[in-house]
Design a protein around this ligand. Structure first.
Ligand code: NAI
Length: 772
């Protein structure tokens, strides 16, 4: 082509990045890899090939870990952990800085290797994946340095088993390893089978940084190896991947005390209002759904456009799609690279091919003749229940519909079982800040999309999983409280054969929707004092009572929107009313439990109410400084409807310790009163009645906890289940909660206020433009 012709066509010339260094590195390693265990690479064993999805060429041969490989990796991590933790934050920070610097030094090698292995455009691996991975290590080096001062009450969890997907291989590794190491944990990580090469290069970096043996261990292989890690002797499992596997891991760990965080799928809405800068919003979509070929858990894959501008917007979008360049991912001017593997390509192709609804537009540009490529695709005019509007496609396929009003936009946006991210485009700040809090999502971007940074938490609500990665909020997933408190005893109810103490046999009702109601089944059980005197009867609640309580709690949604000031006032009022009737409660607790702790328990309950009231308007969010022209507002939102089983012991304090912080944060609660001593809770109804607590905010049920636990975990309108009751219920609770991936919290000692406040809130990171 002559210079004149180039000027005439203004076509892109080829701008290929050389693969030579990366291929040489692979050859230098012998082209075959073992695992990285206890600071050494093991001998390569039989396994599988790692291929370049853009060409089909084999890049290296990887080993499939056996049970004994996983066991060795876990025991190396176990052995290394105490010393690593004792090294102290500043000591660990030095290693994390060293790793960050080495990642920076070798960044081009990492970027090219990532692109070869995953198929993503070099522009992305070079400018996004690798720099963000480095940033994660730098940031968390700082967290290690600050741990002692900033988190004096927290300590490492121990050995973390980490399983990551193939869409951001090195970045997901960094998200998992950096905070874990910073907080004094050691890790066994499994990269995804399609994309293990940058993890293996990272192992080499750990050696170069002089990281003590056993602190980082890597095993390669498929889902079977992932299962081995989940079932191994690890203290925590951290998983990113599909919702189906996340659910299986929730079930597999249900009978153990392993901590768990799950970062799962999404079908994130991308909302364009009629006053948006449409050209920017189109450009944003390129980053939302064609970034990484749409293989992004938080991809803006569901476009919702304001009706008045829809046709204009679609026209601009189709024009932009036709300009996207698809091809060799190593070419620096390529927009869309290869799909990670033929299996994933088939999934995408089949999902789209099965559909004949709506209008489909695919990029007009040339497609490579071979390799795993799929054209950028837009399907408009689908109704909201359509499978393509509901299911994660995990490819470069955008589905779209329109809305008429902002409230309809919110309704459509939230019409999904997921809740990972959302994007808003409008020039109206009032509208943006009105809509952002209403979206069911862990992350909201305004006038931008797919922004990530180590300082901002990332993670979802609903079936997008639980736990956050990044920022201060991400650290709680890699630490636990230092003080575990006194273990709560399990107490059998007293038996008796004497008549009622006061000559009147009373049956306490249930407390649902602000009213005392008879149990649906009509059954009750006697409650005896230690000396065998009958104190009264407590209602036996059944499934129907629980459902009524959930309905009442759902109807009290307004509580979550009330101000912290108002919630504080109501909690102060409860505290004062309890104070006024302290003697009565002391007498009741004495009668129920015997012993000499009643006065203290009443006093502690009053204090807990005052403290929760004090926190109601002070448990603030944060504004995270992120390295862009913006801030990420980490807003604390109520978890929703929390069902909690109170401990056997401390029949009043146990209930108050769970209820007060939960309602202070704007949640509605359904409490299962202490099983052996329910009457302190039923007396408490009167305190609630006289304290202006809106009906439905607090609901109290009495009766056997095992039946309640089972129903609570299966109910789809409950967002979290907490249990401080019999530890034997924990498996039922965790397993059942896998249905809609409820948050669960199993406690064995009286909960500390700070931990309860954290469990009662979800952090939503709202990214907004800010600054110069
Ligand atoms: P996947 O969830 O099966 O794989 C993710 C990781 O989990 C891999 O390392 C895999 O080896 C491991 N794994 C698989 N089964 C396991 C098990 N039973 N126990 C423990 N670990 C296990 O995802 P896959 O099959 O690669 O992709 C399927 C779909 O999942 C995609 O089409 C996409 O919709 C979704 N996905 C979502 C991701 C996200 O970031 N949210 C990432 C990758 C996939």
């Amino acid at each position: 082509m002559t210079v004149k012709e180039i000027f005439q066509t203004m076509d892109y010339g080829p701008a290929p990045e050389s693969a030579a260094e990366a291929l040489t590195w692979l050859v230098d390693q012998g082209g075959r890899f073992g695992h990285f265990i206890d600071g050494q690479f093991t001998k390569p064993a039989s396994g599988f090939d790692s291929r370049n999805p853009a060409t089909g060429e084999v890049l290296a041969s990887l080993s499939q870990a056996s049970q004994s490989d996983v066991d060795s990796a876990v025991s190396a991590a176990r052995k290394a952990q105490p010393k690593w933790e004792k090294l102290g934050g500043p000591g660990r920070a030095r290693y994390l800085y060293a790793i960050a610097r080495l990642l920076q030094k070798h960044s081009r090698l990492f970027a090219v290797l990532e692109t070869l292995d995953n198929g993503k455009p070099i522009r992305e691996s070079r400018d996004i994946d690798i720099p963000l991975a480095q940033r994660h290590f730098y940031y968390h080096a700082g967290m290690a340095q600050l741990m002692h001062d900033a988190l004096p009450d927290r300590t490492a969890i121990g050995v973390c088993g980490q399983i990551i997907p193939w869409n951001f291989p090195l970045l997901m590794l960094a998200w998992k390893i950096a905070p874990a190491l910073a907080m004094g944990n050691t890790v066994v990580l499994k990269p995804a089978e399609y994309t293990s090469l940058t993890a293996l290069l990272f192992a080499d970096i750990c050696r170069q940084a002089g990281l003590p043996a056993g602190v980082v261990n890597l095993v390669t292989g498929d889902g079977a190896v992932g299962e081995m890690i989940v079932n191994a002797d690890v203290d925590k499992v951290a998983f990113t991947g599909s919702t189906a596997v996340g659910r299986r891991i929730r079930e597999a760990t249900a009978g153990t005390d392993k901590e768990l965080t799950l970062e799962l799928g999404g079908k994130s809405p991308y909302i364009v209002f009629d006053d948006a800068d449409l050209d920017s919003a189109v450009e944003g979509l390129v980053d939302a759904i064609w970034f990484n070929q749409g293989q992004v858990c938080c991809a803006g894959s569901r476009l919702l456009v304001h009706e008045p501008v829809a046709e204009r917007f679609y026209a601009k979008l189709r024009a932009r799609m036709d300009k996207l360049r698809i091809g060799n991912p190593l070419d620096k001017s390529i927009d869309v690279g290869a799909i990670v593997d033929a299996t994933q390509l088939k999934t995408i192709t089949d999902m789209v091919a099965a559909n004949s609804d709506g209008d489909m537009h695919q990029t007009a540009g040339d497609m490579p003749a071979q390799g795993c490529f799929y054209p950028p695709t837009l399907i408009t005019g689908l109704d909201t229940a359509h499978p393509l509007m509901q299911e994660e496609i995990f490819g470069p396929v955008l589905v779209a519909t329109t809305f008429r009003t902002p409230s309809e936009a919110v309704e459509l946006a939230n019409n999904t079982r997921y809740g990972l991210a959302a994007t808003l485009w409008t020039e109206n700040i009032n509208l943006a800040l009105d809509v952002a809090p209403k979206l069911a999502a862990g992350v909201v971007w305004t006038n931008a999309t797919n922004l990530f940074d180590a300082a901002a938490g990332f993670g979802g609500v609903r079936e997008s999983g639980f736990g956050r990665e990044g920022g201060w909020e991400g650290l709680s997933a890699y630490t636990k409280p230092k003080d575990t408190g006194k273990t709560l005893p399990q107490i059998a109810p007293f038996e008796g054969n004497k008549g009622p103490a006061e000559g009147i046999d009373r049956t306490a009702k249930l407390y649902i929707g602000g009213k005392q109601t008879r149990p649906d089944g009509g059954y009750s059980a006697p409650v005896y004092a230690k000396n065998g005197t009958l104190l009264g009867h407590a209602s036996q609640s059944n499934r129907k009572d629980l459902r009524n309580a959930v309905e009442a709690a759902q109807a009290a949604k307004g509580w979550g929107k009330s101000t912290g000031h108002l919630r504080a006032q109501i909690l102060y009022y409860i505290a004062e009313n309890l104070y006024a009737r302290a003697d009565e409660f002391e007498a009741r607790l004495n009668a129920l439990q015997g012993g000499k702790t009643a006065a203290q328990e009443v006093q502690d309950s009053i204090d807990t109410l005052f403290t929760a009231a004090a926190w109601a308007d002070k448990y603030d969010g944060q504004a995270h400084g992120v390295p862009i022209r913006g801030v990420a507002l980490a807003m604390k939102e109520p978890t929703g409807v929390i069902a909690a089983l109170c401990p056997d012991a401390y029949p009043l304090l146990g209930l108050v310790s769970l209820m007060a912080p939960a309602i202070a944060m704007g949640n509605r609660v359904i409490l299962g009163a202490s099983q052996p001593f329910p009457l302190a809770a039923t007396d408490f109804y009167q305190i609630l009645d006289t304290s202006d607590v809106p009906g439905g905010v607090v609901n109290i049920l009495t009766g056997p906890h095992d039946a309640l636990a089972d129903t609570m975990t299966r109910h789809m309108d409950i967002d979290a289940v907490w249990s401080f009751s019999d530890p034997a219920l924990s498996e039922t609770i965790r397993k059942g909660s896998a249905s809609n991936l409820k948050r669960t919290w199993i406690g064995t000692s009286l909960p500390a206020m700070r931990d309860t406040l954290a469990a009662a809130t979800e952090i939503k990171d709202i990214w907004i433009p800010y600054g110069e």
